[in-house]
Structures are given as structure tokens and as C-alpha cells.
Design a binder for this molecule. Structure first.
Ligand code: ADP
Ligand code: MG
Length: 582
């Protein structure tokens, strides 16, 4: 007897709903995307609490006639594509004709819609997938869809919903993403009867970002005018170096207008910042990536959150190259200004949120990082004038503490300097400069070291021998499973060549340096400098002075190559507070 049966339509829709409709926020996304596809210029979102009890989207788009208002509830009913070939070049958000039937099958659903020139609109009520009422209605042109009691007929699904606040946060996030992508359209978001966002038509992205996410966030970003490489065009807003997050929640990435998560974009984006950001942190960004639709497949994820690129390598290369160039441009514009030293560091406003290494870091770290890429002075952060550069004796030596800390004082208070971190920064920048000028020095080993490697390490060494040589590590294949090391960077002359080589390979792989040659060069340099001995801890004023001078001559003196602080500051005011002298 046959066991296979066709599922009734209703059940099929519920199954499909599981994929498209994960939570209230996914309903919002599908509805707003439909409004966008319908040419709306104004979109209003309302919801109560976590959005599962009530969520509504109203638009002023083209609306539907009576026939379409019923047809849109059928599975695979869509006005957006007609043949399979259209899939390759789809220019609308929707194309599967799945969202409305799916949503209507797992909720109490109300659709009111009217075409601009129609005499009357139509109202359709659906309960758990069953159409219950169809009647004329007198609403304004456009479409309004209300969802009540999401998943009321799927208790198993309901259980997966999180607390109201979490669901509301997801809704707000989706709203932000959609509103950011369409600055020219008006949006409102109303939660529990209170207006949370009312966004007027914005002429540019920065204005929309400011209206939506706040002036502080917008101030952390610089504008990237459209630039193209490998057929990929980038534009948007990028974080100024120094503004970081511990995760990617402040990154809004759009591919051909669609919000996506793609490692082929966020990884090279992060890599382009290199050591300008602490390790493990991410730059904020609102990034629009445009490429020929033929080169990207957006039909790989039910909620279309992920995309697949036909040439992911070219994509990575393009993002990295374009962001790097943009950052270099930012930095270049600022080299004329002595941003390194601030005459009045304590007065610089410090924002605790964006910087991870707060609040114990010297205020200049914040100031420097914030100021570094700025072309014109930001109003809230006056650039120091040339004559206001600090006097040479900015830091006075007090003594050495333990085996790696130097105690200093400046006018503002006590400064602790991490000797090793400072040395690493100095060596790192020296080494990179030499690599850039192709002047790296290598100390020849009296007896070349022959080192046996695992196939994985061997392959890595082979692939990167040129970059290793650039850093002074002369490695050559020698037989089937061994390499010969002829020379090492002088600063590592004291190390065991085998250990050093493996450590460099491990560090580079652990750091995920997959980007271009530059990322690997930096990774190698970072590792080499970490293995180097920092030399004796300065024990008197002259040697401390020399160290500080070298450190201050660096591009990024306040962080080691791994993004950790080189100095920590205790202001007099903080000490006074701790002693209760208030
Ligand atoms: P898709 O968006 O994949 O086509 P949906 O189920 O989301 O599928 O929508 C089905 C159809 O209903 C759409 O193709 C569109 O013609 C119509 N529709 C949905 N929402 C709206 C709206 N807000 N305004 C006008 N038409 C809409
Ligand atoms: Mg749709």
C-alpha cells in the first residue's frame, strides 16, 4: 500500500511558514519588503509588546484589486517573476510568492488594500490559513496588513519565541535595516502606541543614519563615495579607525539592496582596518555592495539572509582593496596635522561605549583614534593646533614597577607604561616599514636549521616563503617533508628557529589572516615582534625617555599590534576620588 501522500495545502503552508516565518521580526521584514516592491513612499510599522500578539504594516503603494487580494494568499502566487530565468536577474525583494500565504496560515490575518484609482478597496480576513471574510472596504489607497496571534495554531513554534524584549529588539533591528536601506522613503515605527521612530525623507544616507541611529553613531562614520574594483561597487558609511564594537551588531551590509550576512564581506572589511582596531573587534559600517545580479545568488536562504557569490575571492579582494584605499585616504588627509600629541588630553570628551579598551586607557588613545582619520576637524573634537603640540618632557620618569611596567607621570596624573607592549608596537612598525621598503634584514645562521614539518605546515611555509623572507625569515623547501632555515630576523636571533617558525605559522592561522598579502605580512610581523625580547626594562630617566620617544614616533603609539593598550592612565581626579578626598 502506498505510504506517500500529498500534504493538504494548509499543512504545506504551515511547513513553509516554518522556514520563512521564524519570529515576528521575519513577518515585519516580509511585509515591509512587499511594501517596497509595491512602490510605497511611506511605510508605517506598528506592534505591541513582542510583536506576536499584534503587528501591522501600512503602505501607500500600488495596492491590489479584489482578484489579486485573494490570489496573493495562494502559495507561489507572485506578480514579480514569471519564468525560472527571471530568477537570475530578480530586482524585487520578493519572488517566491510564499510569504503572505505562510504568514496567513499561522496567524489571524487581515489584509485591506486598494488601488489608487479604484472606487473601493477590499478587506480579507484569514484565520489560520482559512479565508473567512471578503468584503469591500473604504480605506485609503495602499495596503495594510495586520497580524494577530502569530503561531496561535502552532504551539510548538510558539515555544521557540523568546521574551518580549528580545522579540521587540529583533523587530527594531529589522526596521532599522530596512529604513537605512531606503533613506528617501518615510518610515514610522510605533510600539505599544508610542512613536519610536518617525523618519522624514532624507536626502542622503548620513542624515538617515543620524535620524535613525543617533548623532553619536553617525559621527563615528565617514562617507565612502562610490568606488569600484573587480566589478564590485561599494558606497556608504565606514567607521573611523578607533570606533569599534566587540561584535558585528553595528554593521549594516546590503548586497544589491538586500540586507545580508556574508563572511565574504565582513572578513575583508575587518582585515582592511588591520591594527587600527583592537583584535577581535569590528568596525561599525553601513555598507552598500553593488554588483551584477548575475554574480550573486540570493535564493539560498529561506529568509534571504545569506547570499552566495559566484566569485567570492574577487568579492573579498574588492572589499578589502576598496576599504583599505578609503582608510588610507582618510589617514593621508590627516598626516599634516599633528594628531599624535594632544596638549590637553584630559579635556577630550570620552565616550565609553564605542571603545572597548576604556576606561583605563589614556584619553589620547581615544582622542588619537577618533581624530586620526579626520579630514576636517569634527566640531566636538577640536584638532590641536601645531603650536599646541606637547612639550618634549610630556612624561616624567618615576621608576620601574615589577618586571615590565614603567611608572611615569604627566600633568594630568599617573601613567603606567607596559614595556613589552610598547616595544612590540615600535618593532612592529619598524619591521612593516622595512618590509614596505624591501629593506628587511636577516641574520644568517651559521648552520642552517633543517626542520621537519607536517604536510599542513609545509604547505603553509611553501605558500608564504616570499612573505616570510620579507620579514627576515629565510625558509626554503628542502626535501619532501623538510625546510631549511638560512636566516632569521636579527631580533629573533636568540630563538629556536623551529619553534619560532611554527609559532609564526600558528599565529597567522589563528589570526585568520586569509586576506591579501598585506594581512599575512602584518600577521607575520606581529608574531615576530611578539617573540622578540623587549630588552631590559628602563631603569632610569634617559632610557625611559628614549623608549617613549620611539613609541611616540609610531603611527599608533597607544596600542600594541594586537590592539592592547601600551599605557594606562590614572588622572589626579580619579586618585582623589579613590582616596575619598572628594
Ligand atoms: P512575493 O513577494 O514573493 O511575490 P508574497 O507572498 O510576499 O510573495 O506576496 C504575494 C504577492 O502579493 C506579491 O507578488 C504582490 O503582487 C502582492 N502584494 C503583497 N504585498 C503587497 C503590498 N503591500 N502592496 C501591493 N501588493 C502586494
Ligand atoms: Mg514578498
Amino acid at each position: 500500500m502506498g505510504r506517500i501522500r500529498l500534504l493538504p495545502d494548509e499543512v504545506a503552508s504551515q511547513v513553509a511558514a516554518g522556514e520563512v516565518v521564524e519570529r515576528p521580526a521575519s513577518v515585519l521584514k516580509e511585509l515591509v519588503e512587499n511594501s517596497l516592491d509595491a512602490g510605497a513612499t511611506r511605510i508605517d510599522v506598528e506592534y505591541h509588546r513582542g510583536g506576536d500578539k499584534f503587528l501591522a504594516v501600512t503602505d501607500d503603494g500600488r495596492g491590489m484589486d479584489r482578484e489579486d487580494a485573494l490570489l496573493c494568499l495562494e502559495r507561489h502566487a507572485t506578480s514579480k517573476i514569471r519564468t525560472g530565468r527571471d530568477l537570475a536577474t530578480v530586482g524585487t525583494f520578493g519572488f517566491r510568492g510564499e510569504a503572505l500565504p505562510s504568514i496567513a496560515s499561522v496567524s489571524r490575518f487581515r489584509l485591506v488594500t486598494r488601488e489608487a484609482d479604484a472606487e473601493a478597496g477590499v478587506e480579507v480576513l484569514v484565520n489560520g490559513g482559512k479565508i473567512e471574510t471578503v468584503r469591500d472596504s473604504g480605506e485609503a489607497p495602499g495596503t495594510r496588513i495586520e497580524i494577530r496571534s502569530l503561531f496561535f495554531n502552532l504551539p510548538a513554534r510558539r515555544k521557540f519565541l523568546r521574551g518580549e524584549r528580545t522579540e521587540a529588539a529583533h523587530i527594531d533591528h529589522h526596521f532599522q535595516v530596512l529604513a537605512l536601506a531606503h533613506p528617501a522613503l518615510r518610515f514610522t515605527l510605533t510600539r505599544d502606541g508610542r512613536v519610536a521612530h518617525q523618519l522624514a525623507t532624507a536626502t542622503d544616507l548620513r542624515t538617515r543614519a543620524r535620524d535613525l541611529l543617533g548623532a553619536e553613531f553617525a559621527g563615528q562614520l565617514f562617507s565612502l563615495d562610490p568606488v569600484t574594483h573587480n566589478g564590485v561597487t561599494l558606497r556608504g558609511l565606514l567607521g573611523r579607525p578607533g570606533h569599534t564594537r566587540g561584535d558585528r551588531s553595528a554593521q549594516y551590509v546590503f548586497v544589491n539592496g538586500r540586507a545580508v550576512h556574508s563572511s565574504a564581506i565582513w572578513q575583508p572589511l575587518r582585515e582592511a582596518y588591520g591594527t587600527a582596531l583592537p583584535r577581535g573587534t569590528h568596525p561599525p559600517a553601513v555598507l552598500f555592495v553593488e554588483l551584477d545580479p548575475e554574480w550573486v545568488d540570493c535564493n539560498v536562504h529561506p529568509a534571504k539572509r545569506e547570499v552566495r557569490f559566484r566569485d567570492a575571492i574577487a568579492m573579498r579582494e574588492a572589499v578589502r582593496h576598496l576599504v583599505e584605499t578609503a582608510l588610507a585616504g582618510q589617514r593621508q588627509a590627516s598626516v599634516a596635522l599633528p594628531v599624535r600629541v594632544f596638549a590637553e588630553p584630559p579635556s577630550v570628551p570620552v565616550q565609553p561605549a564605542p571603545l572597548q579598551i576604556q576606561p583605563t586607557v589614556l584619553p589620547e588613545v581615544v582622542a588619537q583614534l577618533r581624530a586620526m582619520p579626520v579630514v576636517a576637524p569634527e566640531p566636538e573634537l577640536p584638532m590641536p593646533a601645531v603650536e599646541r603640540a606637547a612639550p618634549p618632557e610630556r612624561f616624567r620618569f618615576i621608576g620601574a614597577l615589577g618586571d615590565r611596567t614603567v611608572l611615569l607621570e604627566d600633568d594630568a596624573g599617573l601613567v603606567l607604561l607596559d614595556h613589552r607592549a610598547a616595544r612590540e608596537r615600535i618593532l612592529f612598525e619598524q619591521l612593516l616599514r622595512r618590509i614596505d621598503r624591501r629593506e628587511t634584514v636577516s641574520q644568517r645562521l651559521l648552520l642552517p636549521a633543517i626542520i621537519e614539518l607536517t604536510p599542513r605546515d609545509l604547505a603553509w611555509m611553501r605558500e608564504h616563503s616570499r612573505l616570510l623572507a620579507g620579514a627576515g625569515l629565510l625558509v626554503e623547501p628542502f626535501g619532501a617533508a623538510t625546510v631549511k632555515v638560512d636566516g632569521v630576523p636579527p631580533m629573533l636571533a636568540h630563538c629556536d628557529p623551529r619553534e619560532m617558525l611554527l609559532r609564526v605559522a600558528d599565529d597567522c592561522r589563528a589570526g585568520g589572516a586569509k586576506g591579501g598579502a598585506r594581512a599575512i605580512e602584518e600577521s607575520i610581523a606581529r608574531s615576530v615582534c611578539r617573540s622578540a625580547s623587549p630588552g631590559p626594562l628602563p631603569a632610569e630617566a634617559a632610557s625611559a625617555r628614549a623608549l617613549i620617544d620611539e613609541l611616540m614616533a609610531c603611527d599608533l603609539p597607544y596600542a600594541c599590534p594586537n590592539g592592547k593598550p601600551t599605557m594606562i592612565h590614572f588622572a589626579h581626579s580619579e586618585l582623589a576620588r579613590k582616596f575619598g578626598r572628594g
